[in-house]
Design a protein around this ligand. Structure first.
Ligand code: COA
Length: 242
């Protein structure tokens, strides 16, 4: 896949690398990015050679500074701009991928950039990462899943405080709140993500996919239903051909 303008997609030894590639705009999420991501994520979902994916941002300053505000400004209202952007359900697609997704987060991780990271399974951050949900400043609310994913990750009260105060979190606070799993030095970010990806890709992909589903789907269930899910997945795994 090489005809992309704002995404770089590479596949190496079982790992899919997705790079948001608009560094001059801090990798802001625009409609072109939505369309290219849709193709790339579909490929990751369907391609048996890809066992795990790493999402990252190009350049030095950002993973993604949120929705492209220039597109917001050319639409009649932020709500209509957003409507256009959400017509393809990138967030639903991300959440439907049963392979592990690792977000390697540097610099600005704002708005839909943070929401994209929240749709990933494991978030690693470099020491310079900053996290924010600036939607309230634009008179809108998060709609790339953030109002649901953020409280599931950091808890309702913390999510509401971050959203309503407009306060940005530095990497270390993000780690304390469990928004990110780990904070590493900037030059260690990709190597740390790759170490984890290499570990994951060495496991049986069906077992990995079931482990992910047991945890991610189980979080939305009662304990009783979650235990049923676990038992079913364990059973399918035993019966699945090796
Ligand atoms: N959409 C479109 N362009 C964006 C952008 C966005 N969300 N965020 C940054 N850019 C562009 C800037 O316009 C600038 O372009 P220019 O060089 O042509 O002027 C370039 O990226 C670099 O940004 P700049 O503001 O100069 O960098 P900075 O380090 O001084 O500030 C931010 C970085 C993130 C604090 C600032 O760019 C910002 O507040 N961006 C908007 C964040 C936001 O509200 N996102 C929407 C969430 S819903």
């Amino acid at each position: 896949m090489s005809d992309f303008e704002v995404i770089i997609y590479e596949k190496k030894d079982g790992i899919g690398y997705v790079t948001l590639n608009r560094s001059r705009s801090l990798n802001a999420y625009n409609i072109r990015m939505r369309d290219e991501l849709y193709q790339v994520l579909t490929a990751i979902k369907d391609d048996p050679e890809v066992k795990v994916a790493i999402l990252k941002g190009a350049g030095e300053k950002a993973f993604c500074a949120g929705a492209d505000l220039t597109e917001f400004l050319t639409a009649p209202s932020p709500t209509i701009a957003r409507q256009v952007r959400w017509e393809r359900d990138i967030w639903g697609l991300l959440l439907s991928i049963t392979k592990p997704l690792i977000a390697a987060l540097q610099g600005y991780v704002l708005g839909s950039g943070l929401e994209m990271a929240l749709c990933c399974d494991i978030r690693l951050a470099s020491e310079d990462a900053q996290f924010g949900v600036p939607e309230m400043d634009l008179g809108i609310i998060p709609a790339a899943g953030g109002s649901q994913t953020l409280p599931r990750v950091i808890g309702g009260a913390q999510a509401l405080e971050v959203l309503l105060s407009g306060r940005w979190l530095k990497a270390e606070e993000a780690r304390r709140l469990k928004l990110v799993n780990q904070v590493v030095a900037r030059d260690e970010l990709l190597p740390a993500a790759e170490r984890l990806a290499n570990k994951i890709k060495a496991y049986d992909p069906v077992a990995v996919s079931y482990a992910k589903q047991a945890i991610t789907r189980g979080l939305d269930l009662s304990l009783e239903r979650g235990l049923e899910l676990e038992a079913n997945l364990a059973d399918y795994l035993i019966k699945s051909p090796t």
